[in-house]
Design a protein around this ligand. Structure first.
Ligand code: EPU
Length: 337
């Protein structure tokens, strides 16, 4: 049986460090415990929220309902052939710890996703990505509890409908499933992904050749550029990089010839939100205890004691200014609750 806590403090459960509370909170460690908590729970009376380590969430107020934080642990070599391994990982494992274990065991492919905060179970929801690699590149399948059918179901890669920071769990299947385990497909022989310029530079400069050294280079880049959430509360990129029609992009380029962009499709390009935010005058800006991080303005930081409402207001003013200047409406990556 899993314990259900009443009036539970979420301060240590979200990387913004916000002092919100949940009326009910539970972290079931296995499927039986999970199903027993959910049995008879009336979702219409009180909402249910599933969360991992709270690294992509902004609590505007207290949560009047049940928060379930899946507690399934374990990293298990499930199957292997000459080239690949399939490894089943519990949803509550810490993402970076899992990458450390995989790299040490010679299971390769996810090194570029080192040091991303959060749990393994949350990673597929937004198809986490960094430095030219996305979770979907090494995903085999996942197991999830279906709240509608009250049973365990399996999703393969196609069924997850992965996209840029997106999956079915963020869209049409939102709120229906609780991810319990993920099975990854990894390479025995490393194929290092060095397309991202600064990664290649840092890796080669350090004389790197191995996946472990690539992981070290990624960690060092992230530590230099991004705020440590245990010191300055944050949830990584607050907004997604917007996809913009080429026609609109050409208009913006008349005034800003140096605007960076990455081709996305025949009709669209991706523009770095950090660039738009910087040009709109919001890089390193601070209002009270909230600000954008001086070396990466896409990250909004709680410098201490800010409320969820204050962070939200700051983010909205920033978004309005970007819209005013460029006519581009940024889409949030962070979930506001
Ligand atoms: N830039 C500026 N000013 C700045 C910083 C960046 O103009 O102060 C511009 C530059 O043109 C730079 C570009 O923004 O080349 C891209 O910056 P960066 O490489 O830091 O990456 P990003 O696009 O801002 C994305 C992910 C990050 C991931 C990095 C590295 C999104 C929303 N964010 O950020 O993921 O770590 O790429 O691959 O796609 C996260 O999702 O929480 C996250 C941290």
């Amino acid at each position: 049986m899993a314990i259900v806590h009443n009036d539970f403090s979420l301060q240590r459960m979200n990387t913004f460090g916000l002092n919100a509370r949940a009326s009910l909170f539970s972290s079931p460690e296995n499927i039986d415990a999970l199903s027993s908590i959910l049995e008879g729970y009336d979702y219409n009376q009180q909402p249910l929220l599933v969360m991992g380590e709270g690294s992509n969430i902004l609590f505007k107020t207290d949560f009047e309902g049940l928060i379930v934080r899946p507690g399934m642990k374990g990293i298990e070599l499930f199957e292997e052939d000459e080239q690949e391994v399939w490894v089943k990982v519990g949803a509550s494992e810490n993402w970076d710890n899992w990458i450390a274990v995989a790299t040490e065991n010679g299971w390769h492919g996810l090194e570029n996703l080192s040091l991303i905060p959060g749990s393994v179970g949350s990673a597929p929801v937004q198809n986490i990505g960094a430095y030219g690699v996305e979770l979907k590149d090494h995903f085999a399948w996942l197991d999830a509890w279906d709240l509608q059918q009250q049973k365990l179901v399996r999703f393969d890669r196609k069924e997850c409908r992965f996209g840029y920071r997106s999956s079915t769990f963020k869209n049409e299947s939102r709120g229906r499933y609780i991810i319990t385990h993920i099975t990854f497909r990894l390479d025995k022989e490393p194929h290092l992904q060095l397309d991202y310029g600064p990664v290649k530079e840092a890796f080669l400069k350090a004389g790197g050749t191995t996946p472990m050294e690539l992981r070290a280079a990624i960690i060092s880049i992230r530590e230099q550029k991004l705020p440590d959430p245990t010191i300055n509360g944050n949830a990584g990129s607050f907004y997604k990089n917007p996809l913009v029609d080429r026609a609109i992009f050409k208009c913006i380029r008349v005034d800003f010839p140096l605007i960076p962009s990455y081709p996305e499709s025949e009709n669209q390009v991706k523009i770095p939100a950090a660039w738009l935010i910087e040009k709109a005058g919001w890089k390193g800006k601070k209002v009270g205890n909230v600000g954008t991080w001086p070396t990466q303005p896409l990250v909004i930081v709680n410098y201490g004691g800010a409320t969820g409402q204050e962070i939200l207001e700051f983010s909205e003013q920033l978004r309005n200014d970007v819209d005013k200047q460029f006519g581009i409406w940024l889409e949030r990556e962070v979930n506001v609750i």
